[in-house]
Write a protein that binds this ligand. Structure first.
Ligand code: NI
Length: 408
């Protein structure tokens, strides 16, 4: 017999109604005070203040100082982990909101203010529910810094967020969410298997022999060479990658000389490489090196390739996905739970939790009903939709109230 009765979910909705005005206030306060990766001192302070006020035990100062790990007791021997990322981006906000960023060049343009608020709301509501009847399973609340390029999730794992060494028992499964501008508020979506891509960085230095632009035959022109390399790199996806697999090679940076009549000695290229499988990732790295060095040699130049591995693939465990689907359907209704057909080639450091325990990441709709588009994530006009706070909390609470067998 499940303790996750409809009555308990009704109670969750009641408590959300009570808490929502306070939570929207928190979201707007966080939005006005964005902080970059590993500098989230004020944000971490807000998280700690709210947890303390709700009577939730926590450990601060993780992952370089701004990570916070909260714990709610429950009946089972292992806990369910719920995660929020708390950092902002180096973007100049253009929303014109009354609660727009007070720091020039800093902005919550990825909605992590919303994610943080949802997890705080979940903590407050679960703490109140726990006073009425024990939670079926302890809950570990992971507030992590530096999702944006800082691998804060990896550092939280290294600092004992999941192994029970800091607070509460070992985490048996992890769940996380991200605002999604492509689907309506009130809905969620996910899929089994790859959800987001491995995101790597490549930098290439092409050395030639510079000289007078009017006498190219006396030089080894690295500009012509790098143009050929940029073109040829695109054939790695079209010719070397299985058409039924997915990969992206995008060169975004190209720096050459600075005079109209001088062939430079050197050109630098940079870009991003995305993949959904480890074997494909390895092949992309190897082929980029082969193509760049081979084409450079053909142009009497040399190419040095630096391949930097970023976040791994965010892969949803089938059983964790099953729990998500049951929890979301139970709380929102089946028509508001959408399967995500294709993975998204963006990257997420939630992937590090998924490498440690069975995990499921899901998208939370942000689009106002009746509208067909909104400013994208990382856009200077993006704003998290306050209406989505309720949906995020409902699904997180429903997951926490699930009393099925541990996944690990
Ligand atoms: Ni984000």
């Amino acid at each position: 017999m499940s303790t996750k009765t409809p009555a308990r979910l009704d109670r969750v909705r009641q408590l959300i109604d009570e808490e929502l005005p306070h939570l929207i206030g928190i979201r707007h306060d966080l939005h006005a005070h964005p902080e970059l990766a590993y500098q989230e001192v004020r944000t971490s302070g807000v998280v700690q203040r709210e947890l303390a006020e709700a009577g939730v035990d926590f450990v601060p100062d993780l992952a370089g100082g701004t990570g916070v790990l909260g714990h709610l007791p429950g009946s089972a021997e292992t806990s369910i982990g719920l995660r929020a990322d708390i950092d902002a981006l180096p973007i100049l906000e253009e929303t014109g909101l009354g609660y727009a960023s007070k720091t020039s060049g800093r902005m919550h343009a990825c909605g992590h203010d919303g994610h943080t608020t949802i997890l705080l709301g979940t903590a407050r509501i679960l703490a109140r529910l726990a006073q009425e009847a024990p939670l079926p399973r302890p809950v570990t609340l992971v507030f992590q810094p530096a999702e944006e390029n800082g691998a804060g999730g990896k550092r939280m794992c290294e600092d004992g967020a999941l192994d029970g060494s800091r607070i509460g028992p070992r985490v048996e499964s992890m769940f996380g969410l991200h605002g999604y501008t492509e689907s309506e508020v009130g809905t969620v979506g996910s899929r089994v298997g790859p959800m987001l891509a491995a995101a790597d960085e490549v930098n290439i230095v092409i050395e030639g022999r510079g000289g007078h632009a009017a006498m190219p035959h006396t030089c080894a022109d690295p500009v012509i060479c790098s143009a050929a390399i940029v073109q040829a790199l695109q054939t790695i996806v079209s010719r070397n990658t299985n058409p039924l697999d997915s990969a992206v090679v995008t060169i975004t940076k190209m720096h050459a000389g600075d005079a109209f009549n001088v062939i430079p000695d050197r050109v630098t290229l940079g870009g991003t490489v995305r993949s959904l499988q480890e074997s494909t990732r390895e092949e992309l790295e190897q082929r980029i090196k082969e193509v760049a060095t081979g084409i450079a040699a053909a142009h009497d130049c040399t190419a040095q390739v630096e391949y930097l591995r970023g976040y791994p693939v965010t892969r949803n465990d089938p059983r964790a996905y099953g729990r998500f689907e049951a929890a979301a359907t139970g709380s929102l209704g089946g028509d508001r739970v959408n399967p995500i057909e294709h993975p998204v080639m963006g990257g997420e450091d939630f992937s590090f939790y998924g490498e440690a325990v069975p995990a499921c990441f899901f998208f939370l709709g942000l689009l106002t009903p009746g509208e067909t588009e909104m400013p994208a994530l990382h856009n200077a006009r993006f704003n998290f939709n306050d209406e989505a706070i309720r949906t995020g909390i409902e699904v997180f609470c429903s997951l926490a109230l699930d009393d099925s067998d541990p996944l690990s």
